[in-house]
Design a protein around this ligand. Structure first.
Ligand code: NAP
Length: 259
């Protein structure tokens, strides 16, 4: 399918690896030029070179922590006018409800709620002025069904979801859509880190931990970054202009609900 976004320009945050990279790759396949970001320069430069070589689009790499004001300023200055924004950052650490103090919550809110909000506030005026824009926020299945040990993520992402619900309706009339993609378990470094926790806690092997988690997914496997990226690119396409303020779950059926 022709996504109709050839020649558009996208900022994809936290995109040297994992789901962010999957989104960047699918957009590059559709002929979108990219501004990529991550903290570590080495993996970021490698990803930028690979995507540019594979898809023949211009790719700018900006090494910065997107959860800091300085990092965002650096990334936004390099990005300039963008048609597409994909927000993403690392997820907060797991733990128990009793583990976290105010500073932990502020860090989680900064990373997974206030950072995407600040990025949207920075790019929405330009999108509105140009009468076209697409924003996709990478959140989590934890927005629909809590993951008990990820209380910081549950809390921060719920706040972002509330902001998007209202804001998406305020900008839709200007040709700008905002939607959230909610990953379930995907095969990325983040999943490996979480599986590592299970290995330690239960004294089992990595293979056993993976098989155990895969068995909780009706699809019987982890999702891939490529599948996730394809869904993101569709939401960024010309065809998705009537999809507004939605929370779309990509979890292989793991969350057992009718709606
Ligand atoms: P990942 O494989 O660990 O990749 C994370 C990417 O983000 C890397 O490129 C990393 O590069 C970059 N990054 C992390 N923190 C950053 C920061 N502060 N500033 C800029 N770049 C940053 O993670 P993932 O699995 O793709 O997960 C992406 C998001 O989806 C996370 O918020 C995660 O919690 C959420 N999620 C994932 C899953 C899953 O199963 N994978 C499920 C639900 C939710 P650097 O480290 O070099 O910065």
């Amino acid at each position: 399918m022709d996504l109709g976004i050839l020649g558009k320009r996208a900022l994809v945050c936290a995109s040297s690896k994992g789901l962010g990279r999957g989104c960047a790759e699918a957009l590059a396949q559709a002929g979108v030029s990219l501004v990529l970001n991550a903290r570590g320069a080495e993996a970021l430069e490698k990803t930028a070179a690979e995507l540019s070589a594979a898809h023949g689009v211009s790719v700018t790499a900006v090494a910065a922590d997107i959860t800091t004001a300085e990092g965002r300023a650096k990334v936004l200055a390099a990005a300039g006018d963008v048609d597409i924004l994909v927000t993403n950052a690392g997820g907060p650490p797991p733990g128990m409800w009793s583990d976290w103090d105010r500073d932990d919550f502020i860090r989680a809110l900064d990373g997974n709620m206030l950072t995407p909000i600040a990025l949207m506030q920075a790019v929405l005026p330009g999108m509105i002025a140009r009468k076209w824009g697409r924003v996709v926020n990478i959140t989590s299945g934890s927005v629909k069904a809590p993951i008990a040990q990820l209380g910081l993520s549950n809390s921060a992402r719920a706040g972002l979801t509330g902001f998007v619900a209202g804001t998406a309706r305020q900008v839709a009339g200007h040709g700008v859509t905002i939607n959230n993609l909610l990953p379930g378990i995907h095969d990325t470094d983040r999943a490996i880190a979480l599986d590592g926790g299970v290995v330690k806690a239960q004294g089992i092997t990595m293979e056993e931990a993976r098989a155990q988690r895969a068995a909780t997914i009706p699809a019987g496997r982890y999702g891939t970054a490529a599948e996730f990226g394809a869904a993101c690119a569709f939401l960024c396409s010309q065809h998705a202009g009537f999809i507004v303020g939605q929370n779309i779950l990509l979890d292989g059926g793991a969350i057992n609900s009718t709606l």
